[in-house]
Design a protein around this ligand. Structure first.
Ligand SMILES: [Ca+2]
Length: 107
């Protein structure tokens, strides 16, 4: 009985660590394809050197929450090109920041 419980705990812990290391449950920076937080493109974290082909140059709004703290959007991959300031909460309209359909990386 004791041995079984220990094995279960070890398995659960290993699985939790594996999931945590690979993809955080909540990265805290959700990009949306349209303004006013419509149609999620995914939840990204700071340190996203490329948002992926599906989301590239498509974001029109974003929401920032823990654990991200803030988000800076970049025009090109690897954090180069034009950039935004720090979004602490996000914005319903990236076009008002002249950054509509532009985001390729996030820091
Ligand atoms: Ca871009």
């Amino acid at each position: 009985m004791k041995k079984t419980l220990a094995a279960f705990a070890a398995t659960t812990l290993a699985a939790g660590l594996a999931i945590g290391a690979a993809v955080p449950a909540q990265a805290g920076i959700v990009l949306y394809q349209y303004s006013d937080y419509k149609t999620s493109l995914g939840d990204f974290g700071r340190g996203t050197s490329f948002v992926g082909t599906k989301a590239n140059d498509k974001a029109s709004s974003l929401k920032v929450s823990a654990p991200a703290g803030y988000a800076i959007l970049h025009q090109h991959r690897d954090y180069v090109g034009k950039r935004t300031g720090k979004f602490l909460l996000g914005t319903p309209s990236l076009s008002s920041w002249s950054f509509d359909n532009t985001t390729s990386s996030v820091s």
